[in-house]
Design a protein around this ligand. Structure first.
Ligand code: MN
Ligand code: MN
Length: 466
């Protein structure tokens, strides 16, 4: 027995807007597809904890799909499937389409593959009180106290005195040792706990414990340090001076896991922004398209997109120009006709911290990938504010393709804010809007996302390149 809706209620349903939980509207087959897709994503997360590893993992996936290496200046023709690696730390996976490039432009999806972490200093090693430590300088915006008393793995590369490069990855296999940053016991923590949270653990207290076994020689004064140096020398051919030309990072040592009895969520280190990079990559690898499409997986977003591997580097523009040239197209016309989804995460509404959100314009977990017309802080400052026209175009495309999505701002007005790479692409005269997955506990060593939102993001990218 269903009660008939009143005319007013029907009219309200027609005219009003409310976001919906994707899990509620998905068919059983679609829910299964969400969970299946998440399995590949979790493997990617575990393989790709640093930008170097994410780049290598993306290249391996591209090769499997028949993509081949591209260098600036190589000839290109319609139908080509290529990947362009920039210094081993960023990668653009792209397909040359059959459509007229000057009229159709490029479809760009930009995401970043660096994540907040604790980097090892250039002269890091010291011994004190029966332990050996590595000094660190954190990377990106972290709550420093969250990085203590958890198992850490060391990842990175060292260029040795003789010029050879060795890759280090220790702490990920079950048989590996792990590392950790110590914290104070609560019994002696009264003074610490009275501090402002930013001062609970100071930057110079983020020291990583890496050893405690004295070298068996009475004459040596730094016995534990020698044990560590000896290990590094025998395993990697390193001496202490080689830290000078190293890039080593301490990252959480645990793998991605399902969260909750129903497994609807995924907890992991580094969802920001692999939860957008992986769908961008898989969409370009697998999607059907006649457009020229690029998945741009870039580095250094967490520290301002600077340097040779960050989005502000000219190399990405050079690559796009080379593609245009190879297709005999005017690059300025190509840029003007191009469209970009700048894909980065946003803050999911967290009921335990409701005060920093404005509910009507907050992203909710499982309501789909989230469009942010603008980002920025203090009156949209520093933001690419996408036009209503471009948002309308993307919205119509999502409606056509049945993409479940939502829109939000990052927190309530003046509560804080944040930026993305969107403005750097928009500055090239390319219509750009932010679209990415809502995250709980963003920038913590354990972030949480919904499988529904991950899958929605993937579907949005498939629609965008179709
Ligand atoms: Mn991000
Ligand atoms: Mn971030």
């Amino acid at each position: 027995m269903s009660e008939k809706k009143t005319a007013g209620q029907q009219r309200y349903d027609e005219l009003s807007y409310e976001k919906k939980n994707y899990y509620e509207t998905a068919s059983e087959a679609e829910r299964k597809a969400m969970y299946d897709y998440a399995e590949g994503y979790k493997r990617f997360l575990d393989d790709a904890k640093t930008e170097r590893e994410a780049c290598a993992a993306a290249v391996a996936m591209a090769i499997q799909k028949g993509f081949t290496a591209y260098r600036l200046g190589d000839p290109l023709s319609p139908g080509d499937k290529k990947y362009f690696v920039n210094r081993g730390k960023s990668v653009v996976v792209f397909r040359v389409g059959t459509k007229n490039l000057e009229e159709d432009g490029m479809r760009l999806i930009a995401a970043h593959i660096d994540a907040p972490r604790v980097d090892i200093k250039q002269n890091p090693l010291y011994e004190e009180a029966g332990m050996c430590f590595l000094k660190t300088h954190y990377y990106g915006g972290i709550k420093k106290y969250q990085w203590t008393a958890i198992p850490l793995a060391l990842h990175g590369a060292v260029v040795l005195k003789d010029g050879r490069k060795v890759e280090i990855k220790i702490g990920e296999r079950p048989e590996d040792p792990v590392f950790y940053i110590d914290d104070l016991l609560p019994h002696l923590g009264a003074e610490q706990m009275a501090q402002n949270a930013a001062k609970l653990i100071e930057g110079e207290q983020l020291n990583v414990v890496v050893g405690a076994l004295p070298y068996a020689d009475k004459e040596v004064s730094k016995k534990i340090k020698l044990t560590v140096l000896n290990y590094l020398n025998q395993t990697y051919g390193m001496c202490e001076e080689d830290f000078l030309s190293s890039e080593l990072s301490a990252v959480p040592a645990y793998p991605a896991r399902d969260v909750g009895f129903d497994r609807a969520l995924i907890g992991a280190y580094g969802h920001d922004d692999r939860v957008c990079a992986y769908p961008a990559l898989t969409a370009v690898l697998e999607g059907e398209t006649e457009h020229t499409v690029l998945a741009m997986l870039v580095d250094k977003e967490e520290i301002g997109s600077e340097g040779t591997t960050g989005m502000q580097c000219k190399v990405y523009e050079d690559l796009m120009e080379e593609i245009a040239l190879a297709c005999g197209a005017n690059f300025r016309k190509v840029r003007a006709a191009s469209k970009c989804l700048s894909s980065d995460v946003t803050a999911a509404y967290d009921p335990n911290f409701a005060g920093v959100y404005e509910k009507l314009n907050a992203a909710f977990v499982s309501c789909g990938t989230c469009m942010s017309k603008f980002t920025g802080a203090r009156g949209k400052s520093g933001s690419n504010d996408a036009s209503a026209e471009f948002v309308g175009e993307v919205r119509a495309m999502f409606a056509r393709e049945g993409v479940v999505w939502q829109t939000a701002e990052l927190g309530k007005v003046d509560a804080g804010g944040g930026g993305t790479v969107a403005k750097f692409l928009a500055n090239l005269n390319i219509d750009t809007v932010d679209l990415g997955v809502p995250v709980i506990s963003m920038h913590a060593p354990w972030e949480v996302i919904s499988k529904a939102d991950l899958y929605s993001n993937y579907k949005a990218f498939l629609a965008f390149i179709k």
